[in-house]
Design a protein around this ligand. Structure first.
Ligand SMILES: Cc1ncc(C[n+]2csc(CCOP(=O)(O)OP(=O)(O)O)c2C)c(N)n1
Ligand SMILES: [Mg+2]
Length: 359
């Protein structure tokens, strides 16, 4: 952790013993992190092969996402950015549903109309991904205000990046949250880059977490490569939220190992030596080291975990690719109760060109 990060720890909320990461769940967390990594690497190559159209990798951010997801409860609302697929998996979304969306097949609940990687899983209270930077932050605060009025005992968490701390929504959202003391957790994954813009060009502030002070609530820096530390920090923020003590800004310091998205080539703006240095603190390797040290894991068991993850990903992908694409006629559904004459005309023309049948 940097010196600035240590300084920001003085903002830290009080230590809660009930917030400790349950040791018995470390192996489970490790499995999720491995699955996310395997899926991530597979998706990058699938896009290169033209089998999916787009993907935003999360490699390097597994501990931050899995730790945060473990700390939240099923009744809480998740407001993701666009990189939080590990959060969805931990909350119970089948890998197959993820691949259905990436492929855009008939089983994809957005019927292939959303850009790949833009998931929405209402059954786990995982709101539709936000690509416009920061918009999910104000939405999370709005939902938190509704929660307050209904006196529900739940929290919201908004995921966003270092770049989003320069968005209007970040400042509007944090201001409202501070004034109304909303039960919101602002979870910033500072992965050091906003596409090609490095962290030091994003803000002159020593940490992103310290921005919370201006809005009157705590900001905490946490080592985002340490799943137990992330869990504890989010858990404490959740306890504060439920106790009526208001919001918390968490800055999880991580590093984005891969490109920003499949449309990006990071070799154009950063040195590989920086990536190699960051990989020395790979969150998966760090957790593995503690598990091996505590004799919870050995090399054979570890290999098995990776093999199982590869098999699971291969099976989900094969299933999703076997599915037919959504029917062409479905493009015209779900907006108007009855099609306008012009849309009817367009539908008939589309069906004439592409085949398919009338609903
Ligand atoms: C309002 C808006 N402005 C610009 C963009 C283009 N854009 C897409 S991702 C991105 C960088 C975001 O970086 P960060 O918040 O650090 O998140 P990360 O991608 O690193 O997870 C930008 C500028 C956008 N999507 N929305
Ligand atoms: Mg970033």
């Amino acid at each position: 952790m940097t010196e600035a990060a240590h300084a920001a720890r003085s903002h830290e909320t009080s230590r809660s013993p009930s917030a400790e990461f349950p040791k018995g769940r470390r192996l489970e967390a490790y499995r999720w992190m491995v699955l996310a990594r395997v899926m991530d690497e597979r998706c990058l190559s699938l896009q290169r092969q033209g089998r999916i159209g787009f993907y935003a990798p999360l490699s390097g951010q597994e501990a931050a996402q899995v730790g945060a997801a473990f700390a939240m409860q099923p009744e809480d609302w998740i407001f993701p950015a666009y990189r939080e697929v590990a959060v969805a998996l931990v909350r119970g979304v089948p890998l197959r549903s993820v691949f259905d969306q990436l492929v855009g097949n008939a089983s994809d609940r957005s019927k292939g109309r959303q850009m790949p990687n833009h998931f929405a899983f209402s059954e786990i209270r995982f709101v539709s991904a936000s690509s416009p930077i920061g918009t999910q932050i104000t939405q999370a605060v709005g939902a938190s205000m509704a929660i307050q009025r209904r006196k529900d005992r739940i929290a919201t968490i908004a995921f966003f990046g270092d770049g989003a701390t320069s968005s209007n929504d970040f400042h509007a959202g944090l201001n409202f949250a501070g004034v109304f003391r909303t039960p919101t957790i602002f979870f910033c994954q500072n992965n050091q880059w906003a596409i090609s813009l490095p962290r030091e060009r994003q803000t002159r502030s020593a940490t992103l977490a310290e921005k919370a002070a201006a809005y009157g609530f705590p900001g905490v820096v946490v080592d985002g490569n340490d799943v137990a530390a992330v869990y504890r920090t989010v858990r404490e923020a959740r306890e504060r939220a439920l106790a009526g003590d208001g919001p918390t800004l968490i800055e999880a310091q991580v590093y984005r190992f891969g490109p920003h998205s499949t449309s990006d080539d990071p070799r154009r703006y950063r040195e590989d030596s920086q990536v190699q240095a960051a990989r020395q603190r790979d969150p998966i390797a760090l957790l593995k080291a503690t598990l091996v040290q505590d004799r919870v894991l050995d090399e054979a068991a570890d290999s098995k975990i990776w093999e199982e993850a590869r098999a699971e990903v291969a099976e989900a992908l094969a299933g999703a690719e076997k599915e037919p694409l959504p029917d062409v006629a479905s493009v015209f559904e779900d907006v108007f109760a009855a099609l306008t004459p012009r849309l009817e005309e367009q539908r008939d023309e589309a069906l004439g060109m592409h085949g398919g049948h009338r609903p």
